[in-house]
Design a binder for this molecule. Sequence first.
Ligand code: UT7
Length: 335
Amino acid sequence: MKCDQPRAGIVGLGTYVPERVLTNEELQQMVDTSDEWIRARTGIRERRVASPDEAASDLALVACQRALEDAGIGPDEIDLIIAATNTPDMLFPATACLLQDRIGAAGAGAFDLLAGCTGFIYGVAVGAQFITAGAARTVLVVGAEALTRIINWQDRNTCVLFGDGAGAVVLREVPGDRGILSTVLGADGSGARHLYMPAGGSRLPASAETVAKGLHYVHMNGREVFKFAVRAMEDGAREVLRRAGLTGADVDFLIPHQANIRIIEHAAKKMNLPMDRVAVNVDRYGNTSTASIPLALEESVKKGKIKDGDNVVMVGFGAGLTWAGLLIRWYDYKK
Ligand code: UT7
């Protein structure tokens, strides 16, 4: 494919997961569940839990610093920071602003992006637009979650699923035919009630009553989200390929949002991809929401599963309900 306009691509990657591992065996002691059920229905074996003094920005900070180091770029070179998170340190100010200060990216623009678990792809798509439009040279996008802070540990429908972590990428213009070939962002707000945190916003401000009712926790209709997810993964991947004039046969590697191994396997099957060309980390980290795709991407790159020139599809879904796809022709910035 000829490239007639500058393309943004990834030129640095960094991740961080908290040290504390919470296994299914431990969860069995906490709530009416079993290792067998969790593995069979979700593929999860264990997840990470942030320590009491770690908030989303703390996880994000390490991931961002590692991404900058990987890129060989100083903080003063960053023009824009986009933090995709469902668990900001505070409702305001933006977690991205806290990061901007702590990274030392003086003067860089900074904002949070809320698009459920799809937030990382949304963030990369938005950041890439700034680069191709010439409005920014270097954009830092981070997905970071301290989800275990908003989990009801008595609710077996949700508490076995989520984990904490962060993953960051540095975006810049990349040479030749490499870089982001297409993106697609979608939403269906009619499904907002299927995955949400009822209290703590302007609709239902936090009060003793909301806390007593557990309305400051994640509430989810898992079956409805599952149905949406299966469709969204398929449609997102198909649409992002169509927009780039490619087909499933052109895909070298798939990085799906890591929520449930059954959803991942369904997406792989629909794309005719064997599982060794699909990133999986849900077994070790659970659903880390906006961090799941950058965590899986970094691991795949490090293991040499993604090589220069590979067409890589990222696809995700989440609260909103939202969905998104991104097709990137990998640029090996290390060579
Ligand atoms: O990133 C977006 C975030 N959310 C998601 O991606 C969630 C998508 N949905 C899912 O992954 C699946 O729907 C779940 C893993 C949440 C649930 O799996 P499922 O196969 O859809 O189970 P289900 O909700 O249909 O429940 C089946 C049974 C129920 O019991 P009954 O009513 O059949 O007696 C549940 O009460 O499994 C029960 N159950 C559990 N049992 C043991 C639900 N959670 C648990 C649990 N341990 N942790």
